[in-house]
Design a protein around this ligand. Structure first.
Ligand SMILES: C[S@@+](CC[C@H](N)C(=O)[O-])C[C@H]1O[C@@H](n2cnc3c(N)ncnc32)[C@H](O)[C@@H]1O
Ligand code: SF4
Length: 456
């Protein structure tokens, strides 16, 4: 696909990635630990299933591009021990509020770097979770690891614990780019790690890549992509570099003059996309690729892909609970987020309080727009009959103010529209965030300036 520069410049603007709607800047301290406790208790009175996310907030060294909530610590047991002590208190409090054992259909350890924990600490944390929840072994049990700091024995322990999916941060194989971002990790190391994952038979191995990093060129990234294809992971997440130095001060360590321009960045993505498609991968929604038989590819084909704060997912449970600093939960149409800093997170738990900092109770309009954005992001189309069945409202009557945006998307060849469907075009798939932005009520109220990363 060739996209002219004019289109790129027109559409390259700050915008959310819609891992939630309403987006996190719209959440407030009006949602408290009391609300959370009440919702947990209500949840305990239902047969609803659970998706559990645990945020392990430590990394040993800083990657200058990093946009995650993490803390740099030397890899010493004391940090993990203290953390497990506090997250165990959080788990106990949550279990007490729910009041009964619940089944976890999706468990995800993210970070930071969950593999920062020692094997013994991982076992301890897993056992703690298992002591209050039933974990469905056929569910998605996933973990993120850093290939620079993992041994064969740790990979085996992870598998023995019951994790069936493993994901690594790879980003880019080019040595020059790796040096620019302070993350040197040679191909041989990733290859070794990938062999261990295959040896222990994880159902799915994912590699995270980032395009748009400083020093990257289409040529250099093509080589990275070829090396990735040679290893053949089941899934690839190909993230657009979110450059937000006003939020993540350490990104100022990157040389801004080495960042590819918007059109170069898009060319890097398009070339990578072309290579993955030519080599047996299917493009999944906005930024993922998967082998044909991987669950993610099947779910996308069957219209059963979902999106939440962990990104795209296959097996959503009814409700979400987040553990650890900055973790997000979603119960009964209410978002909850924990305090982000470790001292605050520990302080509340020390006082036997749930460390909820903020959240958002969704209005009916929020729920409607969340559904619309979800349909566009996950299925690349929206059926007006389905909308009517969900909300008993006529799509065109409800979205009167959005008609101008929908028309603009048609003029820009991002959408085709008929009486029943909005269908995202191939070009629209690249600019899906722009399409969704027109349905974001909050964004229209106070046009985003520099709060979000750019859509290209
Ligand atoms: C929590 S990390 C993965 C696990 C582990 N910490 C690691 O890096 O190996 C999650 C992923 O987010 C992506 N990421 C981090 N910062 C990003 C940014 N500023 N823009 C786009 N993607 C980013 C990276 O691909 C990274 O692998
Ligand atoms: S990319 Fe991963 S390892 Fe690097 S600082 Fe961020 S969370 Fe830590």
């Amino acid at each position: 696909m060739k996209i002219d520069k004019e289109t790129i410049l027109k559409l390259d603007r700050p915008g959310p990635r819609y891992t939630s709607y309403p987006t996190a800047p719209e959440w407030s301290s009006g949602v408290s630990a009391d609300t959370y406790r009440e919702q947990l208790s209500n949840f305990g009175n239902t047969e609803k299933t659970l998706s559990l996310y645990a945020h392990i907030p430590f990394c040993e060294t800083l990657c200058y591009f990093c946009g995650c909530t993490m803390n740099i610590r030397p890899q010493e047991d004391k940090y993990g021990d203290e953390f497990i002590g506090f997250i165990s208190k959080e788990i106990d409090q949550i279990a007490r509020s729910i009041g009964r054992r619940k089944t976890v259909r999706q468990l995800h350890w993210g970070g930071g770097t969950p593999s920062f924990l020692s094997e013994e600490q991982m076992i301890r944390l897993f056992d703690k979770i298992r002591s209050v929840f039933d974990i469905d072994p056929t569910g998605e049990i996933a973990i993120e690891v850093d290939p620079r700091r993992i041994s064969q024995s740790k990979v085996k322990t992870i598998k023995d614990l019951g994790f069936n999916r493993i994901s690594i941060g790879l980003q880019d194989f080019d040595e020059r780019v790796q040096k620019e971002v302070n993350r040197v990790q040679p191909f041989a190391l990733v290859k070794q790690f990938h062999q261990w994952c295959r040896k222990y038979q994880f159902a799915s191995v994912n590699f995270d890549l980032i395009y748009g990093l400083p020093g990257q060129t289409q040529q250099s990234f093509t080589k990275t992509v070829e090396q990735v294809i040679a290893l053949r992971p089941d899934r690839i997440a190909l993230y657009s570099f979110a450059y937000v130095p006003w939020l993540k001060k350490h990104q100022n360590k990157l040389k801004a003059d080495l960042l590819p321009a918007a059109d170069e960045k898009l060319e890097i993505f398009l070339k990578a996309r072309e290579l993955f498609l030519q080599n047996g991968y299917e493009a999944i929604a906005m930024d993922h690729f998967a082998l044909k038989d991987d669950d993610l590819a099947k779910a996308f084909r069957d219209g059963k892909l979902y999106r939440n704060f962990m990104g795209y997912t296959v097996k959503p449970a009814d409700e979400y609970i987040g553990l650890g600093p900055s973790a997000i939960g979603f119960l009964e149409n209410t978002f909850f987020q924990n305090y982000k800093t470790i001292p605050e997170y520990y302080r509340f738990l020390k006082q036997d309080e749930l460390p909820v900092e903020r959240g958002k109770v969704l209005s009916q309009d929020d729920q409607i727009r969340k559904w619309v954005i979800g349909a566009l992001m996950c299925h690349f189309q929206l059926n007006k009959d389905n909308f009517f069945q969900m909300f008993h409202k006529n799509f065109d009557d409800y979205f009167v103010d959005e008609q101008k945006h929908i028309q603009e998307c048609q003029n820009n060849r991002l959408l085709t529209v008929d009486a029943q469907n909005l269908v995202v075009t191939d070009l629209g798939k690249i600019f899906i965030r722009n399409i969704c932005m027109g349905f974001d009520w909050y964004l229209r109220q106070h046009q985003a300036k520099q709060k979000f990363s750019r859509t290209v």
